[in-house]
Design a protein around this ligand. Structure first.
Ligand SMILES: [Zn+2]
Ligand SMILES: [Zn+2]
Length: 281
């Protein structure tokens, strides 16, 4: 449905209300890359197939919070010196720590929304480049990881989105980096759909994660992760309930450490209830 050129795993359901025009014209249009971040006018990502060009475009200013930051999630700590996210102090969080490329704000936030909710799937090209650019730029931090996997999505019958938006980014990143970064799509999978987490309050997110998400995750072949240090890729890190479940599944299958890397970090919003519109703005 005009999307088939973007990912080898895309499923054509034919019932996507936001589908682009079909046929050769639609396919050609789908091959055009998005305009990119504001800085991309100068970075020439459309002519260079290099991973490093977009990092500066997505992160125009270094993401250095003014005060102390949490060693687990990089969020600014509160006046008491503690991270407001209590997962970070808990021994049962399953993941060791999480890196994020930039705050979930500005051009990056708009791009992620266009990608996930606006059907602008070619953003995977830019996000894959951003991910590899960040990994390359901070290579010593990630040198010891044996495997990079995407936070899995369910794409079978009855799936919410019908395509794996993190998987598409991982595919681009894998192609760009070659053997330099050991991406392995499919090491951890999601077997059934679960409720959308965005828009839910903290308590509800946690109960959904520990309930239906935990049941939905599987590691099909534990030998692929046993004894390894695994880095889990996601688009947005909110408070870690999803990463925690993926890390738990990988650890139960034998991984010795699981950490996270996300394109964007949602600024901490406490435990108050948020509407969907607030998250998706
Ligand atoms: Zn760029
Ligand atoms: Zn923290």
């Amino acid at each position: 449905m005009g999307e088939q050129s973007l990912s080898g795993t895309a499923t054509s359901t034919g019932r996507d209300p936001g589908a682009r025009p079909t046929g050769a014209e639609g396919k050609e249009r789908a091959d055009l890359r998005p305009a990119g971040f504001p800085g991309c006018l100068r970075c020439a990502y459309r002519s260079l197939d290099r991973p490093d060009v977009c990092v500066g475009c997505a992160v125009p200013e270094p993401d250095i919070p003014a005060g102390a930051t949490c060693p687990v999630c990089e969020q600014a700590t509160g006046p008491d010196g503690r991270c407001p996210n209590d997962w970070c102090a808990r021994g049962d969080r399953w993941f060791s720590l999480v890196w994020t490329v930039a705050p979930h704000a500005g051009a990056l936030r708009r791009a992620i929304a266009a990608y996930k909710y606006g059907q602008e799937r070619t953003w995977a090209q830019v996000f894959g480049r951003l991910l590899v650019g960040y990994l390359d730029e901070h290579m010593p931090w990630f040198d010891d990881y044996d495997l990079l996997v995407g936070t899995p999505a369910y794409t079978g019958p009855g799936s919410r989105r019908g395509w794996d938006h993190v998987g598409a980014i991982v595919d681009v990143a894998s192609r760009l980096s070659g053997p330099r970064w050991p991406f392995d799509r499919g090491a951890v999978v999601k077997c059934v759909e679960t409720a959308a987490m965005s828009g839910l309050g903290l308590a509800r997110r946690r109960s959904c994660a520990e309930g239906s998400l935990r049941q939905a995750l599987a590691v099909p072949d534990p030998r692929r992760v046993a004894g390894l240090r695994v880095l889990v890729v996601d688009d947005v890190f909110t408070e870690g309930s999803t990463l925690r479940e993926v890390a738990r599944a990988l650890t139960m299958a034998g991984a010795v450490e699981v950490a996270g890397i996300a394109l964007a970090r949602q600024p901490w919003r406490g435990t108050g209830h948020r509407t969907r519109a607030t998250y998706r703005a």
